[in-house]
Design a protein around this ligand. Structure first.
Ligand code: ADP
Ligand code: MG
Length: 308
């Protein structure tokens, strides 16, 4: 049966650990990632693809900082748009090469956030380059940035990570899906925007978690399935310990209990499980698995599924 599926790609779909990010290398990764995605499309599903952008936007920020004597520095929202553009281009091209008859488009996507979100009082998400403590103080004074220590590796700029409220381009995306167009959208969680005093959209310096935005997109486009594809084939209890146990089908209430027991780490599996629990609670299908297993997982033959 044809399903409307929101696919959230993990960072490894574009850049593997240890790789530095040459365009060719990212393109090769994306080509491999596209094999599995193209099978889902061939199976006849309506597919929206969400991707991360952390390493890519970090590099764009670095380029801006290093070139600032000659080229004006662009704000974070513009850097985020740049990364959506080029990652979208790579995916669009790789998928088009596999599926010449399919229409595939990238939508530069804005995600509404609430300016009153508590995240704005306490920026927590490290982005861009590393600095010494003296440099960090200087950046703070010059740009008004909040700086913080990042895991003993140096100081970095910290930005808020607010909750997504709405995907602005949702209507366009739905129209495209209804016409069987494959859509790449909400890359990097979407470009965070707020309504200003004139009731106009305006970019804001923040980063939205891509798994939370994938959930919001899945709600807004009325998807049947939310699939979060990452670098592990399943979610586990006691992950990384000798007691590690694979989860296959987990009822929502049980998943909430495991979450409360701390089985899913904050910066990685936690947001994925939270997104899937909320989605499954609506009686819909939520799956976490590896990219390679996506087609099998959608048939219920692999991965971890949270069931409502
Ligand atoms: P992505 O780029 O796909 O968002 P993350 O690194 O943020 O990737 O999340 C995936 C990682 O979550 C896995 O590689 C694994 O190390 C980690 N993880 C934490 N807790 C769990 C768990 N309970 N089960 C499986 N993986 C877990
Ligand atoms: Mg992640």
């Amino acid at each position: 049966m044809k399903k409307r599926v929101v696919l959230a790609l993990g960072g490894n779909a574009i850049l593997q650990p240890g790789q530095v990010g040459e365009f060719k290398v990212q393109q090769e990764n994306v080509e491999k990632s596209s094999e599995s995605i193209s099978r889902l499309i061939k199976d006849g599903h309506e597919v929206v693809i969400v991707h991360g952008n952390g390493p890519q936007v970090g590099q764009i920020l670095r380029q801006n900082e290093m070139a600032q004597a000659e080229v004006p520095v662009q704000p974070l929202d513009a850097c985020s748009a740049e990364s959506q553009g080029y990652i979208g281009y790579m995916l669009q091209q790789a998928l088009k090469n596999k599926l010449p008859m399919s229409d595939i488009v990238t939508i530069l996507t804005m995600t509404e956030v609430d300016p009153q979100d508590k995240a704005f009082e306490n920026p927590t998400k490290p982005i861009g380059s590393f600095y010494t403590s003296e440099e960090a103080e200087k950046m703070s004074a010059e740009h008004g940035w909040v700086m913080g220590e990042d895991a003993g590796r140096g100081y970095r700029r910290l930005v808020p990570s607010p909750q997504p409220q709405k995907i602005i381009e949702v209507d366009a995306i739905k129209k495209l899906l209804a016409q069987d167009v494959v859509v790449i959208s909400t890359g990097g969680g979407g470009i965070p925007v707020v309504k200003n005093e004139q009731s106009e959209w305006e970019g804001i310096a923040a980063v939205i978690d891509k798994d939370s935005s994938a959930y919001q997109l899945a709600i807004d486009v009325e998807a049947d399935v939310l699939m979060i594809l990452t670098d592990v084939p399943n979610v586990y209890l006691n992950y990384g310990t000798p007691e590690q146990t694979k989860l296959e089908e987990v009822p929502v209430a049980q998943a909430r209990e495991y979450d409360a027991q701390g089985h899913f780490s904050d910066g990685s599996m936690g947001p994925k499980m939270k997104a899937c629990i909320e989605f499954a609670a609506l009686g819909k299908t939520a799956i976490i698995c590896s990219l390679e297993q996506a087609p099998a997982a959608l048939r219920g033959e692999a991965g971890t599924r949270i069931v409502g």
